[in-house]
Design a protein around this ligand. Sequence first.
Ligand code: PLP
Length: 407
Amino acid sequence: MKTQDYISREEAYLAYNYHPLPVVLNKAEGVWVWDVEGNKYLDFLSAYSAVSAGHVNPRLKKALVDQLETLDVPSRAFYTDKLGLFAEKLCKVTGMDKMLPMNTGAEAVETAIKAARRWGYMHKNIAKDQAKILVSSGNFHGRTTTIVGFSSDKEYKENFGPFDGGFIETPYGDIAAFEKLAADPNVCAYITEPMQGEAGIIIPPKGWLTGIQKICRKYNVLFICDEIQSGMGRTGKDFAFQHEIDKPDGLILGKALGGGIYPVSAFLARSDVMEVFNPGSHGSTFGGNPLAAAIGIEALDIMKDEKLTERSAEHGAYIMDELAKIDTALITEIRGAGLWIGIDIDPKIASARAVCEELKLRGLLCKETHETVVRLAPPLTISKDDIDWALGHIREVITLMEQKAAA
Ligand SMILES: *Cc1c(COP(=O)(O)O)cnc(C)c1O
């Protein structure tokens, strides 16, 4: 079968909820992936930052296989030998007191919402069913009906209502606007990405995290960071909140926590927040199973041993510098932190999609976010040589796009 045959089969039998680049992959190793025709590509998306430790990382593979040969999934009706260690490691590296394991990111966000509301009723004496949660403009927290209900993106929510309410949007990065809303005594929490991924790699102004935390403390509002995409070294710190604050009150992790090979997510929090849960109040059949725990432990160890965070900071700064040197009207802005970079493309010259399609022809896989942003998020294991190779192709495509627009 050829590329088009695989694509046709997917189109025949799959819901059309994704618009993939026309490449059919069947192999991966490290920062490279291969298509069914034998072409090799550098992966500059890393499964939306899940594959931070590189594809088929040998240590993750071993952790998975070893675990699979001993104990698979007994459910949390019983204790197991790995989950406590995973939780201990995760609490130590994040500074949180306790964790609750789930599988996908959206489930961990749902867990945070439940925790925040219960905490509001139990600790802030909010009247029954009156709890409000503040969320950011441009937020992305996943795809459940509750979560898309407070998305600012029409595409994510259209015709999926009715939505249950209880969420108030505050402009991202704006401390003054936030304070007005946080003063409402029915507000129990603010859930936000410390840096926004799907919105197009949006980095808030300096001092914003510190300012938000101060206001949250003043009004007894929980400050909960969704670091499903920004965590695990992606932004050049182990967790993005560490760019400014010691720790938030709650933290949501996913994606790279499972090494990109298995869905592992978690909600972490201070003890008084986590203690709102009691047996029966929340759960997950697969959450925290031994495979997930073994992989999570290994993903955390790899982040430390292979200095993924330091590599992210160093290589990210290098790419930003190199991109800034390019003299072009095609790029209107470059934003980023660590190996998490958004390039704004002038829509009058080209679409971000067209740029990604040209890069793909040269062996570089990137994905556009919205119509105008090209996101660069390679595995954090990437070498400088591979980065230079990618930068060469990026420069080439920029020139080509300008020539096309001029013609
Ligand atoms: C990807 C993502 C999610 C959702 O995670 P899923 O595993 O796809 O459910 C939530 N929040 C952020 C910030 C994300 O990037």
